[in-house]
Design a protein around this ligand. Structure first.
Ligand SMILES: *Cc1c(COP(=O)(O)O)cnc(C)c1O
Length: 364
């Protein structure tokens, strides 16, 4: 926590707005929209709920195809299944580790000829790094495919000076416990489209029509964020910049200390992007290093330090076995060789030094 959270939570208690809706929630939405540069924001119970609402809004129904980055966490794809639609997974490029715009363009040209275009595209900005949004948005606009940005891991990043998440038809963020700022759990939808915002807000509170007797014409969900959690979010927003600086500093330290060792290469940062380095990620090439990334993970584990492999792509998950994939080799390799190093901004300088010396010992 950053320091101001309890003050806002106290305000929520003192005003007795504990349930969903209330002044903290409204203020959090306003402050968040301002932070990412969109006209509107709606706070919900999770990033997953946000994506579910957005896919429904853009008209995804059972049997539709929805394109999605393969290299991601499962929550980018689960809501496609909630709607009975079919995910099609797109491979990454090596510059960003995110969706490959050229591969996407080729596939859409091919599908257009067969009249089989997808209804929507979920573009993920992984590990705090923006995907190359402009060309992807260009293709989506050309074929009238709804672009939804999964910026769950990328709050605080910029793409050509603006927030990833603010470019598509709509974007969303997550405040789960592991994200760069947290409300313990929660999510945010952002968009410049007023009709979209009003509809998803309506659905997120059980789609209650304007009538005192609880009238319902549409199916809704219980997806709204509570006023108390929004109070935490307001406090967290105030330390976002500091968190991003801290994360980038950790990455810089790792890459300066380890970057010259044989067989290690750090996640690149394309010219268009300022990544948050939410997690410090690297690739270990076993042929050059003489050992695999798993050896580093085990060595750290022996010292009670947790590191993890990079995400296992969706196209390799048993859950999605039956669905189509375009490419897959690049993110397959990134997941086989990739490691996420300890990246918590709560680490002290000597914690980081200890981690570094243990990692370096793998090369001895
Ligand atoms: C965390 C995450 C989500 C889901 O957010 P929740 O708030 O945990 O539901 C979606 N996509 C990505 C890439 C994530 O990392």
């Amino acid at each position: 926590m950053g320091g101001k959270e309890l003050d806002f939570v106290r305000e929520a208690f003192e005003s007795n707005y504990i349930a969903p809706v209330g002044p903290q929630l409204n203020a959090f939405e306003d402050e968040f929209a301002q932070e990412v540069g969109t006209d509107y924001a709606v706070a919900v119970s999770s990033g997953t709920a946000a994506l579910h609402l957005l896919l429904r809004y853009v008209g995804v129904v059972a049997g539709d195809e929805v394109f999605c980055s393969s290299f991601t966490f499962v929550a980018s794809a689960n809501p496609i299944l909630y709607l009975g639609a079919r995910p099609v997974f797109i491979d990454s490029d090596r510059q960003s580790w995110n969706m490959d715009p050229e591969l996407l363009a080729e596939e859409l040209v091919r599908l257009d000829k067969q009249n089989r275009l997808p209804k929507a595209l979920v573009l993920v900005h992984l590990y705090g790094q923006p995907a190359d949004i402009d060309p992807i948005k260009g293709i989506c606009d050309r074929y009238e495919i709804a672009l939804i940005e999964d910026a769950a891991e990328a709050l605080g990043a910029t793409y050509k000076g603006k927030a990833p998440g603010s470019y598509g038809r709509a974007g969303f963020y997550s405040f789960n416990g592991n994200k760069i700022i947290t409300t313990s759990g929660g999510g945010m939808i952002v968009s410049n489209d007023k009709a979209l915002i009003e509809k998803v807000r309506f659905w997120s509170t059980q789609a209650r029509d304007e009538a005192v007797h609880y009238e319902h014409t549409e199916m809704g969900y219980n997806y709204r964020m509570s006023n108390v959690l929004a109070a935490i979010g307001r406090g967290q927003l105030r330390v976002l910049k500091k968190r991003v600086e801290g994360k980038r500093q950790i990455f810089k330290h790792y890459s300066e200390e380890l970057g010259a060792l044989p067989g290690i290469s750090f996640m690149p940062e394309p010219d268009y992007a300022c990544s948050t380095r939410w997690l410090s990620c690297a690739i270990i090439n076993p042929e050059t290093a003489g050992f695999s990334r798993d050896a580093i993970i085990s060595r750290l584990e022996e010292n009670n330090i947790e590191a993890r492999p990079t995400w296992k792509p969706m196209h390799l998950q048993p859950l999605f076995e039956e669905y189509e994939t375009i490419g897959g080799g690049v993110c397959g390799e990134l997941s086989e060789k990739g490691i996420c190093l300890p990246s918590g901004t709560g680490m002290k300088a000597d914690d980081l030094d200890r981690i570094l010396s243990i990692i370096k010992s793998c090369w001895d």
